[in-house]
Design a protein. Structure first.
Length: 400
């Protein structure tokens, strides 16, 4: 058998910014101008176990075709400091049948940043939309790994839901497990992976020229307010409710033409169920964080990496007002820009305060609904009385 030595990025033109080429051994070499996008958006919680002898990690289902070019092992935090790995840790991407799609060994010399140790794959691996895979880290008894329970409501703000659907935490005993156990809301951040975005050009206004491997500007149209008091900023990269960052007015109505790229809410707070932003068939209202009817339905509101070709419609009723919304294209820098409130980027994590405010809002809504129902019943009763009076048969006059 003849050995094959795959080519690497160093064997190609150093000016290549995007796309991919064959590595000569059945794999590919991917080029990227922009940094990849991690799936886990924050490090793991600092609660650990060390009894497992086997594999721990995450199971996901891709919601778009993904090119994974880096894998990471979650680090352990001690005395407020993320510890450097003191030995090699194997991290793999596996199919459900156990087939390994990609593997790296992460070590103390790997890039350590934000609670993870990263190592590039020798050759990127493509995970097709709808495909389910496991990202696993090998552990031995005595190795610490995150075992903190994470509520399902935390997932939407701790993973990039535009890349993959989180299916749960995975554990498997032994070097070659015959079975993997899955918990739907287990530890987040045990492992991580990086995805090449837009063929290496990153989020934004560029497209990859497959021939030159250069990122070139693509035609772009931003938000356009067709009617109403809503306003655009930053050259059409953002749109916001009337009078933002002060409260919007009563009975507002805006028709907004969407941009040619995905967009997300940077800030969102409207009167729940009454003042609504409609994107296609989705209706958004309420606070940036809101609590539902059960204890742990804590979630974001407002569009997230949404896209549409239909007009976006905003409407408010004639009662309570709030600060409103600010929505920007995803390529807009995440740093706080003009008019953007810090609360949109760094929201408080005070669950009791959030729940209290939401319960108050819900009580006010119920009270308003009851008042409306009472008023309608009174009007119906008046109409019934009037109808009876109008149809009352006159009594015959008695003869003398």
């Amino acid at each position: 058998n003849q050995c094959c030595t795959p080519q690497t990025a160093a064997d190609f033109d150093s000016t290549f910014e995007c796309g991919s080429e064959s590595d000569g051994c059945g794999g590919v070499v991917a080029f990227k101008k922009a940094a990849g996008s991690p799936y886990m958006l924050s490090p793991a919680k600092t609660s650990y176990s060390s009894y497992m002898d086997g594999w721990v990690g995450t199971k996901i289902e891709a919601v778009q075709d993904m090119v994974i070019d880096r894998l990471a092992a979650g680090l352990v935090k001690q005395s407020g400091v993320w510890l450097t790995l003191n030995k090699g840790v194997r991290v793999v991407v596996k199919k459900g049948d156990g087939t390994i799609l990609a593997a790296v060994t992460v070590s103390g010399s790997s890039q350590h940043v934000d609670g993870y140790a990263w190592e590039p794959l020798p050759s990127p691996v493509t995970v097709q939309r709808g495909q389910q895979v496991m990202i696993l880290m090998e552990v031995r008894r005595g190795d610490k790994y995150c075992s903190a329970w994470s509520y399902s409501s935390e997932v939407s703000r701790k993973v990039d839901v535009s890349l993959a659907r989180y299916l749960g935490a995975i554990t498997g005993r032994g070097k070659e497990p015959s079975h993997y156990h899955r918990s739907s809301s287990g530890a987040l951040g045990t492992v991580n992976f990086d995805v090449v975005v837009n063929e290496g050009c990153g989020k934004g206004l560029f497209v990859c020229n497959a021939n030159s491997h250069k990122c070139e500007p693509k035609p772009w149209t931003g938000f356009v307010v067709a009617s109403g008091p809503c306003t655009t900023t930053d050259g059409g990269k953002c749109v916001q409710s009337g009078n933002y960052p002060s409260n919007y007015g009563n009975s507002e109505f805006c028709e907004i033409m969407p941009p040619t790229e995905k967009f997300s809410a940077r800030y969102f707070m409207t009167e729940g169920f009454r003042d609504i932003l409609k994107v296609d068939s989705r209706r958004y209202s309420g606070r940036r964080r809101r609590w539902g009817t059960s204890s742990y339905t804590h979630k974001y509101v407002g569009p997230s990496s949404a896209s549409t070709t239909a007009p976006i419609v905003w409407s408010s009723d004639g009662s309570r007002n709030a600060k409103g919304f600010r929505i920007c294209v995803d390529s807009m820098p995440s740093l706080l820009d003009a008019g953007e409130d810090k609360e949109s980027e760094e929201e408080p994590d005070d669950a009791d305060a959030e729940r209290e405010e939401e319960e108050k809002e819900e009580e006010e809504r119920k009270s308003a609904d009851l008042e409306e129902a009472r008023r309608m019943l009174e009007e119906e009763a008046k109409r019934d009385t009037a109808a009876v009076d109008a149809t009352e048969v006159p009594q015959p006059e008695s003869s003398a």
